[in-house]
Design a protein. Structure first.
Length: 169
């Protein structure tokens, strides 16, 4: 909730810059309105996302027999089937601890994503060698989460799926 309040302040300031330009120096007015517009473009959507996210009670990470679903951030990739997961590790990026999910064929998986998630995953792959990063903020102990993901992966990754077929005769 603190981030939403911060976001609202960061939207209010550029909004005032655009809505109430100063009188006087025309060049300064243009610069102020330009900076205010950029601020609105940056902070408006981010604050809207945070506000919606704070009102939704959705699990940041779901583990099922079919795969994992990452909904931990705006750039989360969503559903990843166990058959695609090659391994999981806990990594430090700058000062943040993240859960990295290595994939068997990252390029094929990335190609199946929406354009926004595709850009994010491809950037992650180029910069860090792993296309799927799960933000463990708000999750229990990150090491415990990695261990649980590994248990699910080992249990379900190579198991064949059988469809129930009813005999028509």
């Amino acid at each position: 909730m603190n981030l939403v309040a911060f976001g609202l302040v960061m939207v209010a300031m550029p909004l005032m810059m655009v809505a109430f330009p100063p009188s006087g120096n025309l060049a300064f007015t243009d610069v102020q309105q330009w900076v205010g517009g950029v601020g609105l473009l940056l902070f408006g959507p981010a604050t809207a996302y945070l506000a919606v996210r704070s009102t939704r009670r959705r699990a940041a990470l779901r583990l099922t027999a079919d795969g994992l679903t990452d909904d931990s951030s705006l750039t989360a990739v969503g559903f990843v089937p166990w058959s695609e997961v090659a391994g999981v590790s806990l990594e430090r990026i700058s000062r943040a601890t993240m859960i990295g999910v290595r994939l068997r064929d990252p390029e094929t998986f990335i190609a199946s994503l929406s354009w926004f998630r595709r850009i994010s995953a491809r950037t992650n792959l180029r910069m860090f060698g792993v296309p799927v990063w799960i933000n463990p903020a708000g999750l229990p102990d990150a090491e415990e989460v990695v261990a649980q993901i590994e248990v699910y992966r080992r249990s379900w990754a190579d198991r064949p799926r059988y469809a129930l077929v009813q005999d028509a005769s």
